[in-house]
Design a protein around this ligand. Structure first.
Ligand code: ZN
Length: 82
């Protein structure tokens, strides 16, 4: 094993926390051809935005979690402190 991705997901592990700004790869790609998404809203429903075409979709949390293949990265907070 190399220095794998810091945020790889362990299937079935309880309590994995998602965060706004994380980039996830879904098992099923978007019709536009993209398969990576940024989490832009978290709650009972998750809103994710396709990184390729910029569209966003709303998914119930359970469906979102089932579809995630891996978490690729976490975005840094944008904007420096004033
Ligand atoms: Zn797309």
């Amino acid at each position: 094993m190399g220095p794998g991705p810091a945020y790889s997901r362990v299937d079935g592990e309880f309590g994995f926390m998602y965060a706004i700004g994380q980039i996830v790869r879904m098992k099923k790609g978007h019709p536009c051809g993209g398969d990576t998404w940024r989490i832009i809203r978290i709650g009972m429903d998750f809103r994710i935005k396709c990184l390729k075409c910029g569209r966003s979709v709303l998914l119930p949390r359970q469906r979102f979690e089932r579809r995630v293949r891996e978490v690729l990265a976490q975005e840094e907070n944008q904007g420096q402190s004033p």
